[in-house]
Design a protein around this ligand. Structure first.
Ligand SMILES: Nc1ncnc2c1ncn2[C@@H]1O[C@H](COP(=O)(O)OP(=O)(O)OP(=O)(O)O)[C@@H](O)[C@H]1O
Length: 309
């Protein structure tokens, strides 16, 4: 099994701690530890659809901003267990589509359904609890909190202790708190940044912040993880590493929707692709089909490779 996150075993830090423990493990111990991390991070929710069935339905969704039609009768499904790429030239409607799915915007018409249930009236918080998590084009972390705390906050969406239980520090609250910290630590290791768990988010390097956003989204145990240009600002090697992480996330049992600006990367990492242009869906299919699709080629004609999504 390959290492999660950045694929490297951490260096032994002078101050010791968990990362030092991992770095000092024998190969067999390390493999066993990795299996434990994968198991701790894997989704643990009851789901009503099986792998390969439609998890999320975007059904004839239109979003208007005044006179502008940002999404025009768009329909597609996301199947449980796949990485679906959402691509299209600038202004095509990709982020609007994410926003319509995650409760930021209400569709002007049409419906988004998760496991068959319409999300129309659900708040953003309710949608997170129902199982859709996302990252943003512009990183949004709690800068003053540590990396670990940022992830623990994400696990709160899944806590069951009442406020009274928390105030009285009930045994259940204690148990949930410990589980949240253990899971958050496993998530940081999974995305490859456990060595900076105790650092404030604002002091982390940019690439670590991007990975931390993903760990925090995974902490909610999402049925669907939506990543909005997670590799923005990365160099090619960092992009490759991040795509490796996204594949690992899928292999661990998650379903991923990916907006990404780099066409070559999208082709390499996704199972299927939906293409938008001027708010309309112009193509949907396997990466090999999309690459050859005349409408997609026309939409991207003249757009340099690294300036398309
Ligand atoms: N809140 C808003 N108010 C008005 N117009 C908006 C709003 N959000 C998006 N738009 C417009 O809707 C269209 C689609 O924008 P959107 O951000 O969804 O595209 P995109 O495919 O994500 O583009 P990019 O790759 O540049 O992020 C654009 O014309 C944009 O200007």
């Amino acid at each position: 099994m390959t290492a999660p996150g950045n694929g490297n075993r951490p260096e032994v830090p002078a101050e010791g701690g968990l990362v030092a423990e991992v770095a000092n493990m024998t190969a067999a111990q390390f493999a066993e530890h990795q299996t434990e991390v994968f198991e701790a991070v894997a989704p643990d929710r009851d789901m009503e659809v099986s792998v390969g069935q439609t998890l999320l339905d975007v059904d004839d969704v239109t979003v208007r901003f005044g006179g502008l039609v940002a999404l025009d009768s768009v329909s597609f499904g996301i199947r449980r267990g796949e990485i679906l790429g959402l691509i299209g030239p600038n202004g095509a409607g990709k982020t609007t589509c994410f926003n319509a799915m995650t409760g930021v915007y209400r569709p002007t018409s049409g419906q988004v359904r998760l496991e068959g249930r319409p999300l129309a009236k659900a708040s953003r918080h309710a949608i997170t609890q129902l199982g859709i998590a996302r990252t943003f084009q512009n990183i949004r972390l709690f800068g003053e909190m540590t990396a670990l705390e940022n992830v623990v906050v994400g696990t709160d969406a899944r806590h069951r202790t009442s406020l009274l239980g928390a105030l009285l520090r009930s045994p259940r609250h204690h148990r949930e708190e410990k589980q949240a910290i253990d899971r958050a630590m496993a998530l940081l290791e999974f995305v490859g940044i456990a060595d900076r768990a105790a650092d404030r988010a604002k002091n982390l390097p940019y690439g670590y912040q991007r990975r931390l956003e993903i760990a925090r989204a995974l902490a909610t145990e999402p049925k669907l993880l939506c990543l909005d240009e997670p590799a923005a600002g990365f160099n090619p090697a960092e992009k490759e590493e991040l795509m490796g992480l996204i594949r690992t996330i899928r292999d661990d049992g998650y379903t991923v929707l990916l907006i990404e600006h780099d066409m070559k990367l999208v082709m390499g990492v996704t199972d299927r692709i939906v293409v938008l242009e001027f708010g309309k869906k112009i193509a949907e299919g396997l990466p090999a089909q999309i690459r050859e699709d005349p409408a997609v080629i026309a939409a991207y004609l003249g757009v340099p490779d690294d300036d398309v999504a």
